[in-house]
Write a new protein. Structure first.
Length: 192
């Protein structure tokens, strides 16, 4: 067996690609292979068209698996690792005429993540306010009143005046009677 030439990086035969750096290659395989040198391989990679020059270019827009539309925008301050920016962020920045403040979140009113019209976007100052909007929407959809809260015990919706708030967690609400029933069961299990 003869060693492969040092300048050869890839050997391509019937769909097989392997790196042969100084290893011996069987003589029968050597006669059926096409060998590409380092310079040929780099020229081939450089001639490949990427971005706007590519025939597969679709304007730089892409819908990610979670449903958000992204646009190629490598030099944007909110660009992700793949050099893309969410379309709703760009639409909100265009509407206000400047970049979004740090910590600001863009909310979709109709909860359709690909609908980036100005009338469907709300700029929230932080994630807490954004979560509040979603909580009020859930309450409104369930009861017709955005101020309603859901009991953590019986899972029924009611107005805050008929409920109490857990001291340790401000987002947890319960009916007085439900809490009494739960506590009596806990005390009964401790006695038994």
């Amino acid at each position: 067996m003869l060693p492969a030439r040092r300048g050869v990086l890839y050997e391509v035969r019937s769909g097989f690609r392997g790196i042969h750096g100084g290893q011996a290659v069987h003589p029968m395989l050597r006669s059926n292979t096409i060998q590409l040198s380092i310079s040929q391989k780099s020229e081939e990679a450089m001639s490949r068209k990427i971005g706007k020059e590519s025939p597969a270019w679709k304007g730089g827009t892409y819908m990610e698996p979670r449903g958000y539309m992204t646009i190629s925008h490598a030099d944007h301050p909110r660009a992700m690792k793949n050099r893309r920016v969410y379309e709703h962020i760009l639409a909100a920045e265009k509407a206000i005429g400047k970049s979004l403040p740090k910590g600001a979140v863009v909310h979709h009113v109709n909860e359709n993540k690909s609908d980036n019209r100005n009338e469907n976007l709300v700029i929230c100052e932080n994630t807490i306010y954004h979560h509040l909007l979603h909580a009020r929407k859930r309450a409104y959809d369930a009861t017709g009143n955005a101020d309603s809260k859901k009991c953590c015990c019986c899972k029924q919706w009611d107005l805050p005046c008929n409920m109490r708030q857990l001291r340790t967690r401000q987002s947890v609400w319960y009916h007085r009677q439900c809490a009494a029933n739960v506590m009596s069961k806990v005390n009964w299990n401790r006695k038994g």
